[in-house]
Design a protein around this ligand. Structure first.
Ligand SMILES: [Zn+2]
Length: 451
């Protein structure tokens, strides 16, 4: 026994010495910088960006920040999972697990107590989100607007839930009376950041005509004549994206975190509302010529806006940050028409499998292409980049092919069985009601997700 202990002690000293020598040894010349400690990480989540269109616009100089990430980092299709329902898929991205394991089955659930379907909420999640895993490992985190984050999780840092970013950006006059400061402060963690959140909101009523006119081919007057509701929706979701940006500007400056995640939804919504005017020939129903003329540029101009949001995010972080740009699914507007009658948009039928992933920063290969990546791989990859174990009960894998050999030598990928220990949650079956539920239901109806 004593001999075993002695051998173990000697072995430990040898290992410790080797580690010290290894870490002190200057890194070999490489075309990527290798962080001695794990990097900071930023996820920019942009809903519904479609792989071929993003690449073509990058080639044409209309998405210059994407083009830069493509040449300075690695990129590829991020395969989504059927059914392509955004809250479910963004939760797959945030947990590394399939819907059966994480429990968020869609936009809404039917509850016996309520006549209307209720939006799904974070208490229903059965798996830990990456920001909870990182918080438990004492990394600081900041999360802005990610889907299904209301009520706000307790994290080591701050979290501003998607209910709050949507509700706050909406017109003040259309707010229900129960949307009080008191309620809003429950949608953020910690509650003490509430006044800073409220001070950094972009309101829908501040979206001037000139902003809308920058997305369309004619005048605001014409746009209102052609499609008043669509024009109003453009203002609404532009405001919501600008709120996420404004909050990021403030919180990245005042509370830089080891891990940050920011979500933008406008590209998906504008694709639902305006794709048909971009490809009218693929739309079975005849569209008014005036509307086609007015709205044909909206989708691609919104993609260009998404690129400038990405550019701002890249400016807000330092050079030691690995940035991941991801979307939850691609988009194929015309396919959705099948089987639908009436004038409703066609919901998730318009989504398709090919989302995007771009990764760049220290330790990431330049100009690499990523094959066969899935939305389930994002969380295991983030954990590997953070120098933490991936878990065997996750359904995805760390995308080690994007990491340089030297990075992997210094930060080898390790696994544990599971992070669902101790306080593992079974997930509630009942969502938490909120004062923005009506607004969310109205949005889902306008997109054809619910009746
Ligand atoms: Zn989506």
């Amino acid at each position: 026994m004593r001999r075993t202990i002695a051998i173990l002690a000697v072995a430990l000293v040898v290992v410790a010495a080797a580690v010290v020598l290894y870490v002190r040894r200057p890194g070999p010349a490489d075309d990527v910088r290798i962080p001695a400690t794990p990097s900071r990480i930023l996820i920019v989540g942009i809903d519904g960006l479609d792989w071929p269109r993003v690449n073509r616009l990058a080639d044409e100089g209309r998405m210059p920040n994407v083009a830069r990430m493509r040449s300075e980092g690695s990129s590829g299709i991020l395969h989504s999972i059927r059914p392509f329902v955004s809250p479910t898929i963004w939760t797959c991205i945030a947990t590394g697990k399939t819907e059966e394991k994480h429990g968020i089955s869609g936009f809404v659930v039917n509850t016996p107590d309520s006549a209307d379907d209720s939006p799904t909420t974070s208490n229903m999640r059965k798996a830990k989100a990456v920001w909870q895993i990182l918080s438990a490992a004492e990394r600081s985190v900041g999360v802005i607007g990610w889907l299904v984050t209301y009520p706000a999780d307790v994290v080591n840092g701050y979290l501003i839930s998607s209910h709050v970013t949507l509700g706050l950006s909406a017109k003040r006059e259309s707010r229900a009376p129960n949307q009080t400061d008191e309620w809003f402060s429950e949608g953020v963690h910690p509650r003490s950041i509430w006044s800073e959140v409220a001070d950094n909101v972009y309101h829908e009523e501040d979206v001037g005509d000139s902003i809308i006119e920058s997305f369309i081919a004619t005048s605001m007057e014409r746009a209102k004549q052609e499609e008043k509701v669509r024009t109003a929706s453009l203002a609404k979701f532009y405001a919501s994206d600008m709120t996420s940006l404004t909050l990021a500007r403030h919180f990245f400056e005042t509370r830089p975190a080891d891990f940050s995640a920011v979500y933008f939804r406008g590209s998906d919504i504008t694709s639902h509302f305006f794709w048909r005017f971009m490809e009218p020939e693929s739309w079975k129903r005849e569209l008014p010529e005036g509307a086609v003329e007015t709205f044909s540029p909206v989708v691609e101009r919104y993609y260009a806006l998404a690129d400038s949001l990405l550019g701002e995010m890249l400016e807000l972080v330092d050079d030691d940050t690995v940035v991941l740009l991801v979307s939850d699914h691609g988009f194929a507007g015309h396919r959705g028409y099948r089987g639908f009658e009436g004038d409703v948009a066609v919901g998730i039928e318009m989504h398709r499998e090919d989302g995007i992933i771009f990764i760049s920063g220290p330790g990431i290969k330049r100009g690499g292409s990523i094959e066969g990546a899935s939305v389930l791989d994002v969380t295991p990859t983030v954990l590997a980049l953070a120098g933490l174990p991936a878990a065997r009960d996750m359904d995805g894998r760390p995308l080690t092919e994007v990491m340089s050999g030297t990075f992997l030598e210094r930060h080898p990928v390790v696994y544990i069985e599971s992070y669902e220990v101790g306080d593992a949650s079974d997930g509630d079956l009942t969502p938490v009601e909120s004062p923005v539920d009506d607004e969310i239901r109205e949005m889902l109806r306008s997109l054809g997700y619910i009746d």
